[in-house]
Design a protein around this ligand. Sequence first.
Ligand SMILES: *Cc1c(COP(=O)(O)O)cnc(C)c1O
Length: 365
Amino acid sequence: MNRIFLSPPHMSGKEQQYIAEVFESNYIAPLGEFVDRFEDNIRDYTGVKHALALSSATAALHLALRVLDVGKDDFVLASSFTFIGSVAPILYQGATPIFVDSDESWNISPTLLQRAIKKAPKKPKALIITNLYGQMCKLDEIMAICKEEGIYLIEDAAESLGAGYHGKQSGSFGDMGVFSFNGNKILTTSGGGMLVSDHKEWIEKARFLSTQAREPFLHYEHKEVGYNYRMSNVLAAIGVAQMEVLEQRVDRKREIFSLYQEELKTINEIVFMPAIDDSRGNRWLTTITFRKSNPKKIIETLERENVESRPLWKPMHLQALFDETLSVEDGTSQKLFEQGMCLPSGSSMSDEDIHRICRTIKETV
Ligand SMILES: *Cc1c(COP(=O)(O)O)cnc(C)c1O
């Protein structure tokens, strides 16, 4: 039987045509028409005023922290239940993370966030939240806390492009927002990222830092350290083609979630990831937990059937890398990690694929 992947790339068919245009122009470089177009597309779609195409979301988060002048004496709050790329840039800057656990929404808990702010040795400079698996976190409460405390909010929307809350696009809630176009995300450029903000000077500064912090002289003049973080024009061409089908991808991902829900609803053991009121998640991955069964057994059984599935993210406060790191946790994300899993959710998968997977899960449970 052919392999079903977790979330493989899903091309629209236009990508190669746009890449051919790049080749004709010979802008095989980290700049060019498609980089500009891709940035424009993201600005138009999210309603954020400024956008910067980069080599990855991890690079975008790094630049966000650099621009906010987060350094070695600073503390940065972050969702614990997330992927490492969301928080590694805190360490790149020599700053200290403080991890905050989830609540019943699976996303960061506003109550524990307030506790973490009180517990911090000094006022944290920024908060990085993740909209986990494409579902929005409680941004009303979180934004209010950040405003009240004077803490910058960075929205890691790497998984939530196309999701919305109160009719507003994910990525547009924080002081800065970040998207990923890695191979497994809802849209992909094979690898890539985007930094967005309404603050023009921040995006300009990030643009400068992303191109080796080269001062505006004909010769090569440098006053501070920069990075080589720009996105290739070739990859941006893929991104422009992918943006044309974003709505279709979100619709299909949401449909896949509903199909799983429908087929598995007779199994009391299974609980699906919730979504908060007045939000529209992109259901990047359909994720579930089991009340009693061990997801490892299900993952192994699916693997024998040539189906790729995965555990949920292992929380940051449980990682050896962060053994010594402050966290405010109450066991919520640990329990989700131990009892949960991600189901194959590629927008190109067929309804028959879903039947096949559900049959296996039912038999195993
Ligand atoms: C994928 C992901 C990242 C990293 O994205 P890259 O583009 O691969 O660097 C960061 N945060 C979250 C939540 C992610 O899922």
